[in-house]
Write a protein that binds this ligand. Structure first.
Ligand code: GDD
Length: 354
């Protein structure tokens, strides 16, 4: 008999790829969609539309991760074998402006899932994936793995860390099968437009098509370990196929600065960037034409920054047999190519027929 999965945050990048992956494995997939994720012009809509076209085995439910009663009722009705808790406020910079709602969504939302499973007595029949984050490591020096200290630097990181500990506590206290996936940055053409990689990929294609206004960026020197989201959702699934629940880092194992991402992205369209000036006056110039392509906007700096994330995913490699399949250069190329498709056709063929 086919398995049933319930994905909270199905309208997001990871939710869309995960739904596609599970549908391809013959799962019946139920997804929780927040009311405003399903309305125009929010970009989540296009991900959902793409999914809707693809399968009869997909059911979307309007709801909210912060509504404990409704969530419990939904889980009771769906009777999932696997729950993937991906719903979150995921923009780290926004979490500084909305810290209380970040905790409500990212921490209490997770608690609502754990409590629902416990209250419904589903401890033995449901497996839970909790979307933990490398932001939880914060200022801990690289490389980071499952044993590194957690020193978060944002309300987002703090909220995710509390959720991570709640998951571990419920695992030990009540025997819930709940695994934390500690995922380093993972990108794709489905990435929200205010995350730095998508913002850069989009701007590069706009420059290719005649954009004149410089791209404004914040901290160019932050180091991130960027992988491809489609590779990572397979790791989420693998975590729930193990004998025992556990916690795993998923990462590409390579770190690059935002500056390097910018350089490689422009080099993909044949433009070499020459950096001039310092601090807030720094500019990225087209080395050939002298045109200003990048400027710094102080408003895009965060009150506190995670400087260096570099994951060590050797436990996932050994235990899950998981490895990233898409390298940094390939990721940049596929994001730019898809951005070209989006600008020409209005949408890209992001999701394979499932
Ligand atoms: N968003 C954004 N916009 N970031 C910028 C910009 C800009 O204009 N300019 C520089 N940056 C820098 C940020 O300061 C940060 O150091 C880095 O680019 C990456 O920022 P994001 O793409 O916003 O991602 P993130 O690293 O903060 O968080 C992502 O990864 C986490 C896992 O480590 C998110 O997906 C989180 O939800 C996720 O948990």
């Amino acid at each position: 008999m086919s398995k049933t999965a319930f994905i909270t945050g199905i309208a997001g990048q990871d939710g869309a790829y995960l739904a596609q992956f599970l549908l391809g494995k013959g799962y019946k997939v139920h997804g929780l969609v927040r009311w405003d994720s399903a309305s125009e012009p929010y970009e989540g809509r296009s991900r959902i539309n793409a999914l809707r076209l693809n399968s009869q085995n997909l059911t979307l439910h309007m709801g909210d991760i912060t509504d404990a009663n409704a969530l419990t009722a939904l889980i009771k009705k769906i009777k999932p074998n696997e729950i993937y808790n991906l719903a979150a406020l995921s923009q780290v910079h926004v979490s500084f402006q909305t810290p209380a709602s970040t905790l409500d969504i990212n921490t209490n939302g997770t608690l609502n899932i754990l409590e629902a499973v416990r209250i419904l007595g589903l401890e033995k029949s449901v497996r839970i994936y909790q979307a933990s984050s490398s932001e939880m490591f914060g200022s801990t020096p690289p490389p980071q793995n499952e044993h590194s200290s957690m020193m978060p630097c944002s309300p987002y990181g703090v909220a995710k860390l509390a959720a991570y500990h709640l998951a571990r506590t419920y695992r030990e206290a009540y025997g819930l099968f709940v695994s934390n996936g500690i995922l380093f940055n993972h990108e794709s053409p489905l990435r929200g437009e205010d995350f730095v990689t998508r913002k850069i990929a989009r701007a590069v294609v706009e420059f290719e098509q005649g954009r004149t206004e410089p791209l404004k960026l914040g901290n160019l020197d932050a180091m991130r370990d960027w992988g491809f989201a489609e590779d990572f959702v397979k790791g989420m699934w693998l975590m729930l196929q193990q004998k025992m629940a556990d916690d795993f880092v998923l990462s590409s194992g390579e770190a690059h600065s935002v500056r390097t991402f910018v350089e490689r992205a422009f080099s993909y369209i044949g433009v070499e960037i020459d950096w001039q000036g310092e601090g807030e006056s720094e500019q990225g110039i087209d080395a050939q034409s002298g045109r200003v392509l990048i400027t710094i906007d102080a408003q895009l700096f965060r009150p506190l920054e995670v400087n260096y994330l570099l994951g060590d995913a050797s436990k996932a490699a050994k235990t899950l047999g998981w490895a990233p399949e898409t390298d940094f250069e390939t990721l940049i190329g596929l994001m730019i190519n898809e951005e070209r498709n989006i600008s020409q056709n209005g949408s890209g063929p992001w999701l394979k027929a499932g």
